[in-house]
Design a protein around this ligand. Structure first.
Ligand code: PGA
Length: 251
């Protein structure tokens, strides 16, 4: 089993204009000068900044990813972007099944599965997001919900080179709330087991990221937890300074 470095990914969501490229430049310089530690780093800006961001990072160890892709390679799907197009624009990865897409756009596990397949065909790493809502959490259904999301959204051909899985409790996203260390360890242990059931020995190297209110002041503690192989960061990835401080978790 190849052991990959931890993955620190930033999800800019629908934030960032031309001027925000200076944050990407600052991150690129931090990566190049070794200030980002040993993590593999990735920023997922909005589509409009993808190519410019990828051009800025060419030859540097800062990857650029998409936030979504269509399952089809091309065709009459107005407004959508395919995984091949992301690759063509310089992306190396794509987030699929983010809870905002699952809830706001009604994306199903089957659709997320198809998107992860499309990413693999295009040679992109798919970061597949799973996570329970506040109500599901309060009803004690966390593992049941996540188990279903894993079973139905992870392609059976996946391995460490084609997917990472991000556990993002919906109630922790953008709220400043974070599960206890014990809860994160329990869920990530469960995820590892579930992936082993699906992918057998290919599951071992699949990186399990935690996401939801990761900030400079909690990143080190979260990053040190068992079966946490990286983090998916929203708000705190918008400013290079914060993201660099988060990366200190992997110094
Ligand atoms: P947050 O978002 O870090 O702002 O909570 C995380 C995410 O939605 O990926």
């Amino acid at each position: 089993m190849t052991i990959l470095p931890p993955l620190l990914a930033g999800n800019w969501k629908m934030n960032g204009m031309q001027g925000s490229l200076s944050e990407i430049e600052a991150l690129r310089d931090a990566v190049t000068s070794g200030r980002m530690g040993r993590a593999e780093t990735l920023i997922c800006p909005p589509f409009t900044l993808l190519r410019a961001a990828a051009d800025l990072c060419r030859g540097a160890a800062l990857g650029i990813g998409g936030q979504d892709c269509d399952p089809k390679p091309s065709g009459a799907f107005t407004g959508n972007i395919s995984a091949d197009m992301l690759r063509d624009a310089g992306a190396t990865a794509v987030i699929v099944g983010h809870s905002e897409r699952r809830t706001l756009m009604g994306e199903t596990d089957a659709l997320v599965h198809a998107k992860a397949d499309a990413a693999a065909r295009a040679g992109l790493l798919a970061i597949i997001c799973v996570g329970e809502t506040r109500d599901e959490h309060d009803r004690g259904e966390t593992l049941q919900v996540i188990g279903r999301q894993i079973d139905e959204s992870v392609p059976r051909t996946s391995g460490a080179g084609t997917i990472a899985v991000a556990y993002e409790p919906v109630w922790a996203i953008g709220t400043g709330l974070v599960p206890s260390a014990g809860q994160i360890v329990d869920v990530h242990g469960f995820l590892r087991q579930r992936l082993e059931g699906l992918l057998s020995d290919r599951a071992g190297g699949v990186r399990l990221l935690y996401g939801g209110s990761v900030k400079p002041d909690n990143a080190e503690a979260i990053g040190a937890l068992s079966n946490v192989d990286g983090m998916l960061v929203g708000g705190a990835s918008l400013k290079a300074k914060d993201f660099i401080e988060i990366a200190a978790a992997y110094r």
